[in-house]
Write a new protein. Structure first.
Length: 76
């Protein structure tokens, strides 16, 4: 369940306080402190292929687009 889906359900349940509290307890995604899910690309929001070195915080696809603008050179 993604965050957009759980917020839609919360809008529907909003008028029932007991059901709302129970839903929040069991179904809202918890905040992550570490792991792959905490690193997101600054441009597209993708969590896979994250490049965090040098403070870039880009996915590999966005890095390929903007590497020359950032000052990286491709060798070979």
């Amino acid at each position: 369940m993604t965050t957009s889906q759980h917020t839609k359900v919360l809008k529907q349940i909003g008028k029932k306080p007991g059901t709302h509290a129970k839903y929040l307890k069991h179904n809202v995604p918890k905040a992550r402190a570490f792991g792959a899910q905490t690193h997101r690309c600054k441009l597209c929001g993708n969590m896979r292929g994250h490049i965090g070195r040098y403070g870039l915080h880009l996915c590999r696809r966005c890095f390929r687009q903007y590497a020359t603008q950032l000052g990286f050179k491709k060798y070979s």
